[in-house]
Design a protein around this ligand. Structure first.
Ligand SMILES: [Zn+2]
Ligand SMILES: [Zn+2]
Length: 166
């Protein structure tokens, strides 16, 4: 959705409210995805000088556990608030996605907020033990003897020592 922010700053009197579907399925959120369309709620109101905008949405995020690679599904909520004045429209450092006409790309703004909101490391559970480095199975299912890992390097060092003594 596009919102004519320049026009609203210049001539908006009544509060603006919109609910619209937003398709973010093509976006990548640090490896996670939002495959289903999201319903976003956008509001704008002005006191004659400053425009206050809010953007809200809830999405089901699909990702993969960073430790065991199992699929992870979690709900994320965006609740963003922003104020803008007329001079912000020509500020190259203004953080919201505006085009040269002063139109706000609300879909892109929502996408930015989700990118900020979704953790870069997703876990299936906070205490996920991850995968065994030897057999590649989940640690909970793996049957590798635990002591092998500790003794192998020591034996290798001993073998070198022995070869030096000989
Ligand atoms: Zn996991
Ligand atoms: Zn194992």
């Amino acid at each position: 959705m596009q919102f004519d922010l320049r026009k609203f700053i210049a001539a908006g009197t009544k509060p603006y409210h919109a609910e619209f579907p937003c398709d973010l399925s093509a976006k990548d959120f640090a490896g996670a995805r939002i495959p289903q369309p999201v319903t976003a709620v956008f509001d704008a109101e002005t006191d004659g000088e400053e425009v206050r905008m809010t953007l809200r949405a809830k999405a089901l995020v699909h990702g993969e556990c960073a430790r065991c690679l199992d699929p992870v599904e979690r709900e994320e909520t965006v609740e963003a608030e922003w104020t803008a004045k007329e001079r912000d429209l020509d500020d190259p450092d203004f953080d919201l996605p505006l085009d040269e006409k002063g139109h706000l790309d609300v879909d892109e703004w929502l996408s930015q907020e989700f990118l900020f909101q979704i953790p870069t490391v997703l876990l299936c559970s906070p205490d996920c033990a991850g995968l065994c480095p030897r057999c590649g199975k989940k640690k909970a299912e793996c049957v590798c003897p635990p002591e092998e890992e500790e003794t192998a390097p020591a034996d290798a060092r001993l073998a070198i020592l022995k070869s030096l003594l000989n």
